[in-house]
Design a protein around this ligand. Sequence first.
Ligand code: PLP
Length: 443
Amino acid sequence: MTQTVSRPAAGAQKAPLPLDVEAIRADFPILSRTVRDGKRLVYLDSGATSQKPLGVLDAERDFYLTCNAAPHRGAHQLAEEATARYEAARATIGAFIGAPAEEVVFTRNSTEAINLVAYALSNAATAKEPEFRRYAVGQGDEIVVTEMEHHANLVPWQQLCERTGATLRWLGLTDDGRLELSDLGTVVNERTKLVAVTQQSNILGTINPLGEISARAREVGALLLVDGAQSVPHQPVDVTTLGADFLVFSGHKMLGPTGVGVLWGRYEVLDALPPFLTGGSMIEVVRMEGSTFMPPPQRFEAGVPMTAQVIGLAAAVEYLQRLGMDRVQAHEEALTGYALAKLAEIPGVTVIGPPDTVARGGAVSFTVEGIHPHDVGQVLDDLGVEVRVGHHCAWPVVRRYGVPATTRATFYVHTGYDDIDALADAIREAQRFFGVAPTAGVA
Ligand code: PLP
């Protein structure tokens, strides 16, 4: 097993950051609390879930205080207002990714959005409506994923294959943490029904070349699902140029509330899919003998939706738009470059993933020689530095690089150089604590 050794030129430079970190931090009350006996909270786990600015909390609270009701049900004033706010939020969130509102389906999170597509494709095979059978997956068909996927974009496809008799194939990884695309032409072939790939790896930070993958999927007539859980929060994403049929993302990773995610689908494709969950709000006519279904997006939103969360997510989107997604991306790129250089200065630290900021986002995974990642995490936590440790729901990735787990730092709009300095100091402290501090070359 080859382990990726990333050693960018040492000498971390603090270039001016595109975002005003101090002003942004003032919008996040949680960042002013202390942890572990008075330590400053250094939150480097936005990749797992982001913190929420006051505007998002206020938007949710305002909905409950002023017009709480079930949207799309009831003819009273509150229900009308709730419906208007819910649908206005759909338009705002759609515009954020360049999509019309009718292509935006609200789900609980990215995981549910991917399951929705996977179940719709297997339900299609047995749909009584011929128009829902167009994308049916069955025996002899193939689904293609990559070895880089979060379990959310892997397990649902394994399960789809088990349900339908289709075969799962995947693209592997190179030693420096990128997709192995040399066999793209054979792995994605005429039998491929759908390709599911992450735009940005949650563990390696890699940003994938979707153009090439999309072109091949188009060539063979396969659908393309892009997992945007780690890209939509951190870079401009526009579905009009993405080359995909589906894009999924989670509100809680982009300053929004938990409990709301998005499935974007090209309308023509969504319209040809049968429902996943059924019940109230998604039907046209119900008789004891059977039912007919609404067009998208309502066809995929059974039951009373997570209204306050959707409204909170629209507020998060507006917050990000005010900052500017180009600047958010540039901010994180500067931090990532600094973090890679800073870690390179610490002997015994190995970054798992691309060694530089080329096509790379702000998820920096690393190991510390002689210390288990969980122990690294524990010492960091004692010092107020909150990172994630483990396999990051991407078990095949850690297996590929021959490590049991990694320690991962992820950045966002409120992250500053001081957070990364705190991370580097804490790693050195962990080395001292476990008696593995290298004696040479240490500042
Ligand atoms: N995809 C990626 C790349 C992720 O990082 C995550 C969560 O970490 C998911 C999917 C699943 O997101 P959620 O748990 O919000 O459904």
